[in-house]
Design a protein around this ligand. Structure first.
Ligand code: ADP
Ligand code: MG
Length: 826
């Protein structure tokens, strides 16, 4: 009789056909009708057959064709979620939350809110239950799950959405999942992987033999796109924000009423951190909070200059600074966590309902609750009677969110991106041209419901010079965080990893060197090192410290500080410091240009007050030496003392959203610390007592050890080459002078040695997050960067009875720059 053996003997089963179950979903007739409009519905059969036949499937379709909302439902109905979970990753938090709500609503599940079947999980919050069958999450969340369970056994299907965005985590996930799929097939518990993407450069996935030995099938979803007429400017204006405003006004005056002139995706990126706000009539939009947002729109000042526009007939909605909402960035010290002021609040009435519930229209933005924040629903609603909707959007509207009814797109052609130097990590915000592919995506937004127009504020010649595609994020950012995570997954030879697009070898080497210096990776023997680097086989194994560091959801430099924080009762402070460093920019930006005299006076007053508060928090003596780190600690402590209230933040120039994020991150870090080293038994009292003097000193050492590669020394008077070096600092990696940022409390102190959190290039290279270092600590805390004479491997310790310690007297030199340092104490 044929038993299980014979089945096994006939070779491994093909990927089992679609599960026989069919899970009915009770959609409302209206919803069903709406779904039937979506192009992807006609491809359901094709997609489901491909999924049944192949372990990996790529689905490509224009934005708005229904990929994100419909494919999880197809899989659910086909039973892939019956005793398992369908996981969907999004690069952005907003998208993860918005899409889970939307799908729950489409499936008529939203009435049970928080929905138990369709859930989301982002870094700190989520509503996942035991009954969850469709789980939207950020890519960072799934990456952490892989570290706990490499085979991801709780999922039957994983969908990587928005793969065309090429976020770092998405790229890594695709590489990892290509292996997981193979392993799961061997175990006879197949995992289905779906990669969903807008129609952009899928060849990086399909033509990559290291990634997928056999190219997976690509299903193209034809979308019903109406023609969009593209108009180029004859000339390319300097002031694109002004030009944009004029263009929008012109459209409003001249072109048929009843349609929506769409704000330019990317336009507000100029200085933008606009919140998603509730509907607002008038101009400046009443629902916006604070000058920052108005400025972000870049339209307010011009509105005065153009009084003939009937502004009451406009309804202006900004739609999110998307790039800073990424989890990938939130998990690294290199990027802001919620650096954006992306307010995801709906109107009052919606905060507990599904998206687009139609309540709470035209109210001023509601105060943000600290509970789950819901994405902007107002852009999905029709604008108030008699007005025309104008959406001022960032990249989020380029592909992740589809705003209905857009007929005109004004495209500035610009994108604002943080640019990193691959090796030094120096970052600067640069407004650059987008790629041709992005410009076409932007134009496409105008043709969703009827033929539309796209006005490009640049000439066709300029367009011809655009890059074809945007560079994947992994090639633009320092990768030390990523490398540590991969080593923790026991991927030693990172160069051999099947990246869809590999980072440069320089970036890999720089990352590996930093991790070695931090003690997270084992250093190769000195003699071998050079040869090894030449072969660029980066394969240093992870250390025990490295594993501990990898468990913390922060960048390696910060993780090192946490790992060192256990002594002297410093851990709660270390956690607060790391949380504040990770959530970048706790302080509001106050050196912005003012639109009027009154505003200028108000700004000056606030600046003075903030500077005063910073001085108070920094204190004097020992604590002032901790510098900006002490300010962070003081700000976090004082803010918690005041109950983390919006009023306190506003009064002290702190960003309320950032402070909420710090609070959540402190909670999460405390939990992680307790899990990693249970003996720490740490309870973080949000209301910390100020650290004692010896604790401050120890904190300074922790910060020095964590930021050791960011050491800078003040240029001595005898070294002053010319005037540009006055008050300047020298760093090992840069030839140019760097300066303490004027916002730093050490701006006037000018200590000889400092460590900095980051260098930002504006008019000069400025160090931010500065803390003073005592010279004698350097060889002891940062031996990896010092050359010892005699070498450290050959210690000849001398016992020093007065101090009861072994002292090694040796001359040491800080590498590359040759700074002579005092004797080391071991
Ligand atoms: P894709 O992933 O292919 O870009 P989506 O599945 O995100 O497409 O969107 C499909 C359709 O659903 C779009 O036309 C969009 O306008 C609509 N939609 C998405 N989210 C919402 C929402 N929260 N409210 C109303 N309509 C929505
Ligand atoms: Mg989508």
């Amino acid at each position: 009789t044929p038993g299980p053996e014979t089945a096994a003997a006939s070779g491994p089963p093909r990927h089992p056909a679609r599960p026989a179950v069919f899970i009915p979903v009770n959609r409302t007739p209206e919803m069903q009708a709406e779904r039937l409009q979506l192009p992807i519905l006609s491809e359901e059969q094709v997609i489901m057959e491909a999924v049944a036949e192949h372990p990996i499937v790529i689905v490509c379709g224009e934005t708005g064709s229904g990929k994100t909302t419909q494919v999880p439902q197809f899989l659910y109905e086909a039973g892939y979620g019956s005793d398992s979970v369908i996981g969907v990753t999004e690069p952005r938090r907003v998208a993860a939350m918005a899409m889970s709500q939307r799908v729950a609503k489409e499936m008529s599940l939203a009435h049970a809110c928080p929905c138990r079947v369709v859930s989301y999980q982002i870094r700190y919050e989520g509503n996942v239950t035991n009954e969850t069958r469709i789980k939207f999450m950020t890519d960072g969340v799934l990456l952490k799950e892989i570290q706990k369970d490499f085979l991801l056994l709780k999922y039957k299907v994983v969908i990587i959405d928005e793969a065309h965005e090429r976020s770092v985590y998405t790229d890594i996930l695709i590489g990892l999942l290509s292996r997981v799929v193979a392993l799961r097939a061997k175990r006879r518990r197949p995992l289905k992987l779906l990669i969903m993407s807008a129609t952009l450069r899928v060849e990086d996935f399909t033509q990559n033999q290291r990634l997928f030995a056999r190219p997976p099938p690509v299903i193209k979803v034809e979308s019903r796109q109406f023609p969009v007429t593209v108009h180029f400017n004859k000339r390319t204006p300097e002031d694109y924000s002004g030009e944009c405003f004029r263009k929008v006004c012109k459209i409003h005056r001249m072109l048929p009423a009843g349609e929506a002139p769409a704000g330019p995706p990317g336009h507000s990126r100029y200085r933008a951190r606009p919140p998603l706000c509730t509907q607002s009539r008038g101009f400046p939009p009443a629902g916006l909070r604070g000058a920052r947002q108005e400025r972000a729109l870049g339209l307010q000042a011009q509105s005065r200059a153009l009084p003939h526009i009937n502004l009451d007939s406009y309804s202006v909605l900004p739609a999110g600074e998307a790039d800073e909402d990424r989890e990938a960035e939130a998990d690294g010290d290199e990027e802001a966590a919620l650096g954006s002021d992306l307010d995801l609040d709906l109107g009052d009435g919606d905060s507990d309902g599904g998206a687009g519930g139609g309540v709470g229209r035209a109210q001023p933005a509601a105060p943000v609750s600290s509970g789950p924040l819901l994405p902007c629903a107002s852009v999905f609603r029709p604008p108030p009677e008699g007005t025309r909707l104008c959406v001022v959007a960032t990249n989020v509207a380029e592909t992740s969110l589809t705003i209905p009814g857009i007929k005109y797109v004004v495209d500035s052609g610009k994108v604002k991106k943080r640019h990193y130097d691959r090796v030094t990590g120096v970052s600067s915000f640069r407004v650059t041209w987008v790629s041709q592919a992005s410009a076409d995506q932007r134009a496409g937004r105008a043709g969703r419901t009827e033929p539309g127009h796209c006005y490009r504020l640049y000439s066709s010649a300029v367009f011809g010079d655009f890059e074809q595609f945007p560079a994947p994020e992994i090639t633009r950012k320092p990768v030390e965080d990523l490398i540590l995570q991969m080593k923790a997954l026991n991927i030693e030879k990172v160069v051999n990893f099947p990246f869809p697009t590999p980072p440069s070898v320089e970036a890999l080497v720089a990352a590996e060197e930093l991790l070695i210096a931090l003690g997270a990776l084992q250093a190769p023997p000195k003699t071998e090192r050079l040869k090894q680097l030449q072969r660029s086989r980066l394969s240093c194994p992870i250390t025990a410290l490295g594993r501990t560091m990898a468990a913390f959801p922060v960048a390696p430099r910060c993780a090192k500080m946490l790992a060192l924080g256990r002594q002297h009762g410093c851990l709660p402070y270390a956690i607060a410091v790391v949380a504040a460093m990770t959530v970048r920019e706790l302080f509001e930006e106050l050196d912005r240009p003012a639109a009027s005299e009154e505003e200028l006076t108000a700004l000056r007053g606030r600046r003075a007050r903030v500077a005063q508060m910073k001085r108070t928090w920094a204190g004097r003596g020992a604590s002032l030496k901790l510098g900006d780190v002490m300010v962070l600690l003081g700000a976090v402590g004082a803010c918690e003392y005041a109950g983390c209230s919006r009023e306190f933040c506003e009064a002290n120039g702190l960003r309320f959203k950032a402070m909420l994020e710090v609070r959540r991150l402190r909670g999460q870090l405390t939990t992680t610390v307790n899990a990693v080293c249970p003996e720490a038994g740490l309870f973080v009292d949000p209301k910390m007592d100020p650290p004692t003097e010896s604790q401050v000193t120890y904190l300074r050492q922790i910060v020095t050890a964590g930021l050791g590669d960011h050491l800078a020394r003040r240029v001595q008077s005898e070294e002053l080459l010319d005037d540009k070096w006055r008050n300047a600092y020298k760093t090992p990696l840069l030839d140019d002078p760097v300066f303490i940022h004027p916002s730093s409390v050490l701006f006037r102190e000018l200590p000889e040695f400092v460590v900095y959190q980051e260098i930002v290039e504006t008019t000069k290279m400025y160090m931010k997050g500065v803390s003073a270092v005592d010279e004698q600590w350097i060889p002891a805390l940062l031996p990896a960067y010092c050359q010892f004479d005699p070498p450290l491997e050959d210690p000849a310790p001398t016992y020093c009875p007065e101090r009861g310690r072994v002292l090694c007297h040796r001359a040491s030199v800080f590498y590359r720059v040759g700074w002579r340092l005092p004797a080391v104490q071991v």
